[in-house]
Design a protein around this ligand. Sequence first.
Ligand SMILES: [Zn+2]
Ligand SMILES: [Zn+2]
Length: 308
Amino acid sequence: MKFELTILGSSGAMPFKNRFPTAHVLNIHEQLFLLDCGEGTQMRMSKFKVRKGKIQSVFITHLHGDHIFGLPGLLTSLGMNGRETPLNIYSPPGLEAMINGLFPQAEKGPPFKIIYHELDTTISQLIFENEILTVETIPLSHGIACNGYLFREKKMPRKMIKEKISEYGIPFKDIPGIKLGNDWSNPEGRVIPNNELTLAPPPPRSFAFCTDTSYDERIIPYIKGVDMLYHESTFLEEDADKALATNHSTVMQAAEIAKKAEVGRLILGHYSARYEDLDPHLLEARSIFPASYLGYDGAVFDLPMKKS
Ligand SMILES: [Zn+2]
Ligand SMILES: [Zn+2]
C-alpha cells in the first residue's frame, strides 16, 4: 500500500536550471493527488513517469503564479486525452475566475467537469474524505490567502489470520465483523477473542504540505507528529531578512518547525533561484533537525508501512 511523494518542481518563484516551479504528486494506495501546479508541471509528469490521467484531485495552496501557472496547460491536455472523469480542484478563492478567464468560450474549455472548492484559509477544516484518507487544511502566513494540506491515512481494518478460518470453521459472513475487532462465538457458544483471530493493522501514515509561509509556530498543533512534513525553505539563514520581507521561511526556520512539531522527517523545497548549490540548505537544516532531506525535481519519498 503506497504512500509516496514525488517532487515535480522544487523551485520557488522562478524556474532555475533543472528546478521547475512548485508541483508535487502524492500517491496514496494508487490514488494520485496533485499538490500545486507550477509552470511545466505536465512536462515534469512526463519526465518522471506520472500518469496525469490518474490525477484524482488538485490541491492548490495559493494563487501565486509559481503554484498555478501549470494548470491551464494541464487541464487542456487532460481534455485532449479524453478525460471524462470530473476533476476536483481545492484552492483559496479566485482560481475559478482566473481559469475561466483563459477559456472565454465555454466550448473551448476543458470538456470534462471541473469542480472548484473555494477554501477559507483562515481556519483548519476537513475538506476531503474517502475510504482510505482524509485531507484537512492548515492556515499559513504568506501575505495572501494561503493554506497547506494535511493528508492522513485512515486506520485499516485488522488483518484476519487465514489459518484461524479453517481451524475454527469461521463462516465467510462473519469475517468483516472480526476484521472490525469483534470477538467470534462458535456454534457451541465458545467465545474466541479477537486478538487470537487477527493481527493489528499498521498505524496510519500522515503527510503535511506547508508552502508558502513565513515562520509561524501556530501551525505546529496541526502538524504535530506527522510522519513527513514538506515545509518551504526558500532562503538560507544569511538571507533571513529577505525571508521576512517576502513572507517566506529560511531552511533553519523550517527545521525549527519540524523539530518543535516532532515530525518523522522534513522535506525541503521551494528554493530561491539565487542558490545553485543546495548542499548548504541541507547542512543548515540538519544542524537543527537531522532527519531533513533535500527535495529536488524527480525525488521520490516513500513512507513505508509501519510495523503494527
Ligand atoms: Zn511560491
Ligand atoms: Zn507564494
